[in-house]
Design a protein around this ligand. Structure first.
Ligand code: ZN
Length: 140
């Protein structure tokens, strides 16, 4: 079951250039940075009342984020829903005709399990399901 919006992913060219907007202009606190090598991104997280903002900077021209920025510019990249059962959530989506990018969840930022749905099946919105790994304590 979907429990909440977990975070919004925002594609940026540079974390160092984007972080001051969230810290100085919006007054949010950066909770941390992390590199997710499998996705070729560096992330920075902010908490906005329980919903996180996840800034995504590409680490390589081959990064999906680099391709997104090249095509569309910086901006909202994806919405992530937190679920208590990511496998059941993926099955429900697939069973109702939604195209999955990842049929099996993998480890994303903050040690969460994540999987993406194809935006062509979700009205143009790249959609992520994420779940805290069984036995893990959510860092953010
Ligand atoms: Zn995400």
């Amino acid at each position: 079951m979907i429990q909440s919006i977990d975070h919004l992913g925002i594609a940026v060219r540079s974390l160092d250039e984007a972080i001051p907007l969230y810290e100085k202009s919006f007054g949010l606190t950066c909770l941390g940075r992390e590199e997710v090598a499998s996705q070729r991104v560096r992330t920075a997280f902010f908490d906005a009342g329980g919903v996180h903002i996840e800034l995504l900077e590409p680490t390589s021209p081959e990064s999906p984020i680099a391709k997104f920025i090249a095509e569309k510019g910086e901006g909202i990249h994806h919405i992530a829903f937190r679920t208590d059962d990511i496998s059941a959530q993926l099955k429900q989506a697939a069973d109702t005709g939604v195209r999955l990018i990842h049929a099996e969840p993998f480890e994303g930022a903050a040690g969460k399990l994540v999987a993406f749905l194809h935006p062509k099946s979700t009205r143009g919105v790249l959609t992520e399901f994420c779940a805290v790994k069984p036995g893990a304590v959510a860092a953010h």
